[in-house]
Write a protein that binds this ligand. Structure first.
Ligand code: SF4
Length: 384
């Protein structure tokens, strides 16, 4: 029998969705149980493991106790003096700092939400997840939202009954990295699921009454499968009708497997102009759903592709259509400004000060219509 793991203190995983910046992070599993997607280097070389329910409960107890101390320290009167968060944190031993920093951040942001880490919490036994959710809910009754990442493959294996129990225990939202629903693309990038599984999983989450956020990754089909990628993904999304569709554009850093395919010629990345066309094709083919589109990632070309379907479809797609109608030199300026973080939306082109910065960046990087794609490929690696 393997020796039970000893509790090593509060743990924090490497990432969370942008929308969970204010959440308490609770680490339920470590790393990714799949770890094969060709575009993802996040957990490369790391071993997947599931933390024991008891250890997760200890993390919850630790944060609860720290929050109590913070609340008490900040409001003390009649004998005790009021202390600042900084003073309270400085008084803690070094071994407590990670948990304390998390508790302080969470306290400051109002303690409304919890995010369960790492890549795929729904791989653990439903009974264990229900136990953890109940424990967290009773420790922090004020919490409005508990969310997690999950793979479609794991969700599809959970019974409807268990999914409903998980929902009742308080899991409010699941983020699924669909990335694509084109089977050729899913197979090539080794996502480990097919379109059908994405649909089964998405519909199951919705049936259980849990909010669903699906990620779409422009560019993942490369030049060869760009249209299939957009059309099949839109079709799957139409069958799922998720609450949120989140755009997260492909980037290919050196350390991911897909960069070998780029070097060998097995994968030809789309340039930004084709990426814009593909995104519009995807959005134009979303029909009969009531999802909110979010483009809250620095890698995305248009942060203003944002709104609720169906009523705001024109507004959602307008930035891309405006971009497509620009003369090539203006498109170039927008892309340089966007990729250097100067612009976030198409109308920033009309801001004299921002334009001046973008023109300076263009001159500094010596970007032309001819070398634009190389410039983009290099600069997006800084954001990963
Ligand atoms: S499932 Fe998610 S975390 Fe795991 S390798 Fe794929 S993209 Fe990365």
């Amino acid at each position: 029998m393997p020796t039970p793991e000893i509790y090593q203190g509060f743990e924090l995983g490497p990432i969370r969705p942008p929308s969970e910046a204010q959440s308490l992070m609770l680490r339920i599993t470590r790393n990714c149980p799949w770890n094969k997607c060709k575009f993802c280097g996040l957990y490369k070389g790391e071993t997947f493991s599931i933390r024991s329910v008891e250890h997760v409960k200890q993390d919850i107890d630790t944060i609860r106790q720290m929050i109590d101390e913070i609340e008490q320290g900040m409001t003390q009167s009649g004998g005790g003096s009021r202390r600042t968060l900084f003073e309270l944190q400085s008084a803690r031993p070094a071994t407590d700092q990670l948990a304390y920093q998390m508790a302080v951040n969470w306290f400051r942001s109002g303690m409304q939400s919890i995010f369960l880490q790492d890549a795929n919490t729904l791989i653990i036994k439903p009974d264990d997840l229900v136990t953890i959710l109940n424990y967290a809910r009773s420790a922090f009754p004020q919490v409005e939202r508990i969310t997690s990442y999950a793979r479609s493959h794991s969700i599809a294996r959970i019974s409807d009954e268990d999914m409903t129990r998980i929902a009742s225990a308080g899991l409010n939202r699941i983020h699924v990295g669909m990335e694509s629903a084109a089977d050729q693309v899913l197979a090539f990038i080794k996502k480990g699921v097919d379109k059908k599984t994405h649909i089964v999983a998405g519909q199951k989450v919705k049936r259980a009454g849990i909010e669903l956020s699906e990620y779409y990754m422009p560019g993942l089909g490369g030049i060869e499968f760009s249209s299939e990628h957009a059309l099949e993904s839109a079709d799957a999304i139409n069958q799922i009708d998720p609450d949120f569709i989140r755009i997260r554009t492909l980037a290919i850093p050196e350390q991911v497997e897909l960069s070998n395919d780029v070097r060998s010629g097995a994968f030809t990345p789309c340039g930004d102009l084709q990426m814009a066309d593909e995104l519009l094709l995807f959005l134009d083919n979303l029909q009969g759903i009531s999802s909110t589109i979010k483009s809250d990632h620095i890698l995305n070309l248009f942060q203003d592709v944002d709104g609720r379907l169906p009523e705001e479809k024109e507004q959602i797609t307008a930035p891309i259509r405006t971009f497509q109608l620009l003369p090539p030199e203006e498109q170039l300026l927008y892309l340089v400004g966007r990729r250097t973080g100067i612009f976030s939306r198409i109308e920033d082109l009309n801001d004299t000060e921002l334009r001046r910065h973008a023109e300076k960046a263009r001159a500094a990087h010596r970007v032309t219509l001819e070398n634009l794609e190389e410039f983009t490929a290099e600069i997006v690696k800084r954001y990963i």
